[in-house]
Design a protein around this ligand. Structure first.
Ligand code: NDP
Length: 235
């Protein structure tokens, strides 16, 4: 196993926190961005808002000076602002797209600089099953998440020959603050439609991402890997 410098956005809770725990357990150097709170013990926490380029510049500078150039980027930070399309305000659309898509672009762009120099990089974009499955009440969120597929595939075509891979992981229903906020009836509806018959833990997403970042996954790029208990089959 090669020890890498790993940066995870939104590592203070939920899937991002579990990602940091997994990479630390595997012996990597791990930094997380957080707007508040901290990543797990053993990680370097840097302050950044993914919609704010200046804060990202400062965060990257700190990570690079303390841990070295970022070799593995997991773009995980994301938000929802669910409502039916007829009620969705421009602000609700724009802020979700700015965070989930624009924020991902900003972190990827900074990471690619060092990856090109090193002629090595692993980029994992955390999308969602609803990016390709669709979801009533999530026109903003699903649009932002499906766009990550185009981003990963374009990155693959642009950077594939330089030792850089870019993949999408599309989680289904994972037990975090984001899904705890959904009404009980909606949770039950999801559960009925998931072939696995259960929701998943953040660690189940983290292990797949860690494998995609590993030496073994060097020939996988532009892929969309579902971690959804079969919910989105047919993508
Ligand atoms: P949480 O709501 O638990 O955590 C979201 C994380 O993103 C937090 O660390 C949050 O930071 C961070 N974040 C949000 N906006 C910004 C921003 N502007 N700048 C920096 N950080 C930000 O969500 P999950 O852990 O559930 O989700 C993580 C990712 O996985 C998201 O992209 C989500 O869309 C995706 N996903 C989740 C699924 C699920 O079932 N939970 C299913 C499919 C995809 P802060 O604490 O400061 O708010």
């Amino acid at each position: 196993m090669t020890v890498r410098t790993v940066l995870i956005t939104g590592g203070n809770r939920g899937i991002g926190f579990a990602l940091a725990e997994e990479f630390i357990a595997q012996g990597h150097r791990v930094a997380v961005t957080a707007r508040s709170g901290e990543g797990p013990a053993g990680s370097l926490t840097v302050r950044a808002d993914v919609t704010d380029g200046a804060s990202l510049d400062a965060a990257y500078a700190e990570v690079e000076s303390k841990l070295g150039p970022v070799e593995v980027l997991i773009a995980n930070a994301g938000i929802t602002k669910d409502t039916l399309v007829m009620r969705m305000t421009d602000e609700e659309f724009d802020s979700v797209v700015d965070t989930n898509l624009g924020g991902t672009f900003k972190v990827v762009k900074r990471a690619v600089k060092g990856m090109l120099k090193a002629r090595f990089g692993r980029i994992v974009l955390i999308s969602s099953v609803v990016g390709l499955y669709g979801s009533a009440g999530q026109v903003n969120y699903s649009s932002s998440k499906s766009a990550l597929v185009g981003m990963a595939r374009s990155l693959t075509r642009e950077l594939g020959a330089r030792g850089i891979t870019a993949n999408v992981v599309a989680p289904g229903f994972i037990e975090t603050d984001m899904t705890a906020a959904l009404p009980e009836e909606q949770q039950e509806q999801y559960r009925k439609n998931i072939p696995a018959g259960r929701f998943a833990q953040p660690s189940e997403v983290a292990k797949v991402c860690a494998w995609l970042a590993s030496d073994d996954a060097g020939y996988i790029s532009g892929a969309v890997i579902p971690v959804d208990g079969g919910l989105g089959m047919g993508h």
